[in-house]
Design a protein around this ligand. Structure first.
Ligand code: AMP
Length: 174
């Protein structure tokens, strides 16, 4: 079993990307290692196996990678949460702040039935703006949001406080 500190060796820190002052946590080395990637999917599924969600809703684009694998592992369906203008059908929208800039998230309006249990997945929790917008978006559709699962939590940005009304699980903290 790889410890969180050992896993950090597979996360590349890229200073000043995409803008000055940001340390970008690049997970591509971790995804490219067959053993670590499998372990990450298992770790990110662990908290939710006892009472699995009906759906995993993951956030474009890097959230899709662990999100789809977690959905298969938990026996859940998958819902893509996307940036504006990417989805072909009727959508609902929610605005949010990024660590760098602002944006909107969209989901198909028929992606979730009221009362369905939804787990939200992303790669990195930074300021928490994206994940909290995803929670609001899912609740707009009547979802029972059971939690938010991220791989990496940037503790120094305190995103966790924006998600105080939902169970939040992270595997690697900086
Ligand atoms: P935030 O809304 O500030 O919590 O930002 C989280 C979203 O932006 C996630 O979808 C991440 O993929 C991305 N993100 C923000 N900051 C970083 C960072 N330092 N390294 C990698 N991804 C980041």
């Amino acid at each position: 079993m790889t410890t969180p500190d050992e896993m950090k060796r597979y996360v590349r820190d890229v200073p000043d990307y995409p803008q000055k002052g940001i340390i970008f946590r690049d997970i591509t080395p971790l995804l490219g290692d067959k053993n670590i990637f499998r372990e990450v999917v298992e770790l990110m599924s662990k908290a939710w196996t006892k009472d699995p969600p009906d759906l995993v809703a993951a956030i474009e684009a890097r959230g899709f990678i662990p999100g789809a694998a977690i959905a298969v592992k938990l026996g859940a369906g998958f819902v893509p949460i996307r940036k504006t203008g990417k989805l072909p059908w009727m959508t609902v929208m929610e605005s949010y702040d990024l660590e760098y800039g602002t944006d909107q998230l969209e989901v198909h309006s028929d992606a979730v039935q009221p009362g369905q249990k939804v787990l939200i997945v992303d790669d990195v929790l930074a300021t928490g703006g994206t994940a909290s917008a995803a929670v609001r978006l899912m609740r707009k559709l009547g979802a029972d949001v059971v939690g938010v699962q991220v791989l990496i939590e940037l503790g120094y940005l305190d995103g966790r406080q924006r998600l105080s009304d939902v169970k939040l699980v992270s595997e690697i903290t900086y």
